[in-house]
Design a protein around this ligand. Sequence first.
Ligand SMILES: N[C@@H](CCC(=O)N[C@@H](CS)C(=O)NCC(=O)O)C(=O)O
Length: 344
Amino acid sequence: MRYKKKASRMMAVSTLLATTVLAGEAQAGLLKEVQERDTLRCGVSSDKAGFSYLTDDGEWAGLDVDLCRAVAAAVLGDAAKVEYVVTTAKNRFTALASGEVDVLSRSTTWTASRDANLGADFTTPWFFDGQGFMTHAEYGIDSVEGLDGAVFCLSPGTTSEQNLEDYFGRRGLTYEAVVIEKSTELYGAFQQGRCDAITNDVTGLAARRTLFSDPEAFTLLPEVISKEPLGAYVPQGDAQWRDIVTWTAFALMNAEELGVTSQNAEELREDGKRPQVARLLGSDGKIGERFGLSNDWAYRAIVQVGNYAEVFERNVGAETPLKFERGHNRLWTDGGLLYPAPIR
Ligand SMILES: N[C@@H](CCC(=O)N[C@@H](CS)C(=O)NCC(=O)O)C(=O)O
């Protein structure tokens, strides 16, 4: 009896090993390609202050850019090994499905139709947003109802376009659309008065407004009309790659939850006192290897990019021109929506 039990357990182990090996063989996907190329190609937006923009030193920076950097640190050991590919809202999914980019990290909302149709798989929300409205301050409008009959500047291929149609349609409000693909031209047209209003993710509106020559001349209205869970998409059907991008985002959130920062990660990794921290930083367990990475994958991302709080504060927090509050983007332990699955 005892012998039998042992034999069946041995069989279970060998089946498990075979499955693991098979999974390993099936893994000749994007991870291998990115490692061989030694560069991550990340699809981003341009001119979005705090999220994805070129600094005066010609470096890419922002909250969306930091996700690309974290993945490069986890996969290639170096946050700088990223080639940034500027995409528009309209061409972003083609860039992903055609293999032009390995990851799309550009204020893209997770929706059912995108997950189902566009050759893309969503990873996990990186920033919870909602759709808002901006108009010319001189109109003296204080709510969306005041925009009945307005001309809107719209970005094609966005959820903003669809939500506007729903929201206005349901209320019997009307609008005219001026559709412009490139964001700089879109916001330029709005500033020049070609449209009465513009609608997009609230953060997008606020971010672009900081770049206006006269930000005070434009008002953000109070209504937020939709849920916009933004995060990275990867090409469809590469489970290993999707896991890597998803868990890199979770790693930075877990780091915040556990009090691990870019500054103390090295020390905490060596002291090994807390099992959760040791697993996250790779001083215990082989989680990195299971993803096809080295066990210090998360450690490298945290040291080079910071935990989620560091990323948030550096790019869009109180000390930046955007001065965003954490709001929905607080950890669940602080009443927010960030609930990173456990690394164990
Ligand atoms: N989250 C929305 C909207 C994202 C979006 O594309 N926003 C605008 C403004 S921030 C944009 O980038 N438009 C111009 C461009 O594609 O360059 C979506 O996924 O559709």
